[in-house]
Design a protein around this ligand. Sequence first.
Ligand code: SF4
Ligand code: SF4
Length: 231
Amino acid sequence: MSRYFKNIWEGIFTVLIGMKVTLRHLFVPAVTIQYPTVKLKLPERARNRLYVNMDDCIGCDQCSMACPVDCITIETLKSTPDIDLGLTSVGTKKRLYVPRFDIDIAKCCYCGLCVPPCPTECIKMTDVFEFSEYERGNLIYNYAVMTPKEIDEAKAKLTAHEKDQAAKKSAAPSKPIAPPAPTQSGPAPRPVAPAPTPSGPAPRPSPVVGTVSGPTSSPKENPPKDPETTS
Ligand code: SF4
Ligand code: SF4
């Protein structure tokens, strides 16, 4: 019988212990939030989804070269001299069309290395981190704003301009070849005089040994020629 009441007491005591913990946390500020209704503020330099402001992109390819996983694909097209593509917000002149600017965000590792090299600060990290998709292909973001028609027109114009330039170049008369410029001004250098012979009596020729007969020539009969008198 006593065992029966003891079990009842232990059950009530255990519940009271559990409720004590619950009661203590009733008066402590909550650390959880009602996500997704409530969202925490992200740190200032949090790295999430990228954004590219194409109005400021000059197609320099710096971001693509810095990317360690090659998830940025950029294609550019030269503009013709009669086209003014305008300036970026930092005053850089735009000279290239950017018909393609894709970021495969499924490959992106959010390292942020593409952001600092951008000279116009047009690629940046945003605070958007909820962009899951059912299809992987939907994670390739196309930032270019040119339509296929605009791209075709720009290509046709560039081709025509290049043909025109090539025709002008081939029609231009070839320039005469200029004579080579003198390498040095002033009078021509004087010829270098031969080194003086050592002073003192000329060495005597060694006696001729053998079958050769007749007088032998001495150094005096064949002196070194003076270049000034011979020339
Ligand atoms: S954050 Fe890193 S991985 Fe992602 S696009 Fe930029 S450089 Fe590439
Ligand atoms: S570095 Fe900046 S300006 Fe250059 S291609 Fe990338 S986004 Fe465009």
